[in-house]
Design a protein around this ligand. Structure first.
Ligand SMILES: NC(=O)c1ccc[n+]([C@@H]2O[C@H](COP(=O)([O-])OP(=O)(O)OC[C@H]3O[C@@H](n4cnc5c(N)ncnc54)[C@H](OP(=O)(O)O)[C@@H]3O)[C@@H](O)[C@H]2O)c1
Length: 291
């Protein structure tokens, strides 16, 4: 028997198995392409000949495969072996997929924990690797000591969909940041300004702007978006026109920035010109679309 079985040894699964080994846990691994087991075997991992053998080797099964369909393709034929085990699925997915997999795991007689990895493989095992978990609290309490080998664990609650909800919401913030950075670099680059010259200004500007986000949380939780507003939506909507016009004039695509302009205009039309930008969250929560 091993402490943990890791199923799926892509870039992330390999890092997960390596971190468990580094912290002194015994690990059994399985991967569709056996070549990927070699480096881990050299570090002390046991290599299972089949998924059933991997599941049978350990009370704690960590799956990290491409998508949820892959998890089903791999685990469905071996479902009987899951009875009495805890399945931790760290594959990226949606809250709905996680809840459905929780039901499926219960039908197999397994405890289920869903997870979201907020890290890239080289970060795994370090404290800056945030791993979100949700699902069976009892199973999480039993196994958190082992799971802590992967980074900083955060348990969010019994609803298995919570980890992917937090995961994709954090990714939404990241992609919003990347979207703006791409536009900024396209504009300045087209003007011949080296990225290396502009980037320090951009990173310090973004750091300064993130300082205002806790106020958004207060506004959203209190419902008051109009007290002590220093940069109201009406002003920002007018200034945003210049970003769109300048991009067009420079021959830079506006495909990333027009949706935000549409939302700002919708906010102004809805009578929120004096409110803070945080008031746009409520508009996003309605199914109406500006574009
Ligand atoms: N890499 C990251 O930066 C990162 C960060 C956070 C979360 N994640 C998430 O972690 C999960 C794994 O990512 P990764 O970077 O490890 O991906 P990857 O390097 O592409 O590895 C994919 C894994 O899925 C397996 N697989 C794919 N299709 C399969 C099939 N039909 N049957 C059996 N196995 C199959 C692959 O097996 P083979 O080796 O046989 O192809 C491999 O083990 C994803 O859900 C990803 O979103 C990744």
């Amino acid at each position: 028997m091993s402490d943990i079985a890791v199923i799926g040894l892509g870039a992330m699964g390999t890092a997960l198995a390596g971190a468990f080994l580094d912290k002194g846990h015994s690990v059994t691994v399985w991967n569709r392409s056996p070549a990927r087991t070699k480096a881990l075997a050299a570090k002390g991992a046991m290599v299972a000949a089949s998924v059933e053998e991997a599941i049978g080797s350990s009370p704690l099964i960590v799956a990290c495969l491409l998508v949820y369909d892959t998890v089903h393709q791999v685990l469905d034929p071996a479902r009987q072996a899951l009875s009495g085990r805890t399945l931790v699925n760290l594959t990226n997915g949606t809250p709905e997929q996680a809840r459905a997999m929780s039901v499926w795991a219960a039908q197999c007689g397994a405890d289920y924990i869903d997870g979201g990895i907020m890290a890239v493989p080289p970060m795994i095992g370090g404290r800056h690797a945030l791993i979100l978990y949700s699902g069976s609290g009892q199973a999480f309490d039993s196994h958190s000591g082992r799971l802590d080998a992967l980074g900083t664990s955060k348990y969010l609650g019994e609803d298995a969909g919570l980890a992917p909800l937090y995961d994709i919401s954090l990714l939404a913030g990241m992609y919003g940041l990347f979207t703006g950075v791409l536009q900024a670099l396209a504009l300045t680059g087209k003007a011949g300004i080296p990225a290396g010259e502009f980037m320090p200004l951009l990173t310090s500007w973004l750091q300064a702007m993130q300082g205002g986000l806790p106020k958004w949380a207060q506004q959203l939780d209190s419902g008051d978006h109009t007290s002590n507003v220093v940069s109201n939506l009406g002003m920002q909507a007018d200034a945003y026109v210049n970003l769109v016009d300048a991009s067009r004039a420079a021959g830079v695509s506006t495909e990333l920035i027009l949706p935000m302009q549409g939302l700002m205009r919708r906010g102004v039309t809805a009578g929120r010109a004096d409110a803070d930008l945080s008031s746009l969250v409520a508009l996003l929560q309605s199914s109406e679309q500006s574009i």
